[in-house]
Ligand binder design. Structure first.
Ligand code: FMN
Length: 182
């Protein structure tokens, strides 16, 4: 069984999980921008990790565009976000990013990453500052809104090696255990 871990990153949390998985599986690892579609076809198991951006899994297009060529392969996707793990997050992400047909062929895992404002791109810093200003103007804020404000003030890292061990099972049996990483 030849496996590959492919990841997309902005601030580093997804890369951290990708490296843990690749280390455990002793398999190849590539940033999504550095692997061709042709190269992906060399592997029996393709594991893709992308960080969440407004519930969308970044970089997932490259995997989805190749789905028709992946028949017979095991495909696992892990999405990394700052939100706490919950059934609600899991279902929302699945619904936004995949069709029911796609979900028959792939397994999806949510892994909590973190948030580091200092490492965001210039545009995302502006965006987050605007969101923060909007939240601060509100007289009453929900716990989620309070959480978002505090995320912008100080970096947080919720990554947890234990959460992704099942995904790294060398025989890939985990790929049938859909919610084990939540
Ligand atoms: C503009 C923006 C939108 C985001 N949207 C989400 C989201 O919908 N859900 C979530 O859980 N995290 C969201 N995040 C947080 C990132 O997904 C989180 O910080 C992740 O750990 C980043 O991974 P990385 O270090 O690999 O870039 C967002 C961050 C930014 C800057």
């Amino acid at each position: 069984m030849k496996s590959v871990v492919i990841y997309n990153l902005q601030t580093g949390f997804t890369k951290k999980y990708a490296e843990w998985i690749a280390y455990k599986l002793k398999c190849d690892i590539f940033p999504v921008k550095e692997i061709s579609s042709k190269k992906m076809l060399e592997y029996d198991t393709v594991i893709y990790g992308g960080f969440l951006y407004a519930v969308g899994i970044t970089g997932i297009k490259k995997i989805k565009n190749n789905m028709s060529k992946f028949s017979g392969k095991k495909i696992a996707i892990f999405d990394v976000g700052a939100s706490p793990s919950s059934e609600k997050v899991y279902e929302k992400v699945k619904a936004k990013n995949f069709t029911s047909e796609e979900l028959k062929k792939i397994k999806v895992f949510y892994m909590r990453g973190g948030f580091d404002f200092t490492k965001l791109s210039f545009l995302n810093k502006i965006l987050m500052n605007m969101l923060k200003a909007m939240m601060l103007k509100k007289k009453e804020r929900t716990p989620d809104e309070e959480g978002m404000i505090s995320l912008c003030e100080c970096p947080v890292d919720f990554t947890d090696k234990g959460r992704m061990l099942n995904l790294s099972n060398p025989d890939c049996s985990v790929l049938t255990e859909t919610k084990s990483a939540i």
